[in-house]
Design a protein around this ligand. Sequence first.
Ligand SMILES: [Zn+2]
Length: 112
Amino acid sequence: MRRNKCEECNGLIKEKEVDYFFLGQNLGKYKAEVCTKCGEQVFGEEVVEKVQKKAKELGLWNLHAKVKVNQVGNSIAVTITKPISEFLNLKKGKDVDIYPENKKRLIIEIPY
Ligand SMILES: [Zn+2]
């Protein structure tokens, strides 16, 4: 299915090879329909499948996990699963910054 006009801004659509970013990792160049005006990129179904396969090979897939909150002394602890800790290169003893972004979201920042 080929679009000629951008649904966002009505700009002209051109087919281009663009970098596909997934979780901040560049997975290579793939064909996309790109708006020449606003830059909106739309990838085809076959590209999405290819990218998914690549992400799985690189261990970037299924990094989402549901975990329970545990009690540790007076504090509570959340388990970071192995795939997530490997992706983040996060090991025991490392110092991280932790702060709430809002009432529903907690940020853990890993300094380099
Ligand atoms: Zn556009």
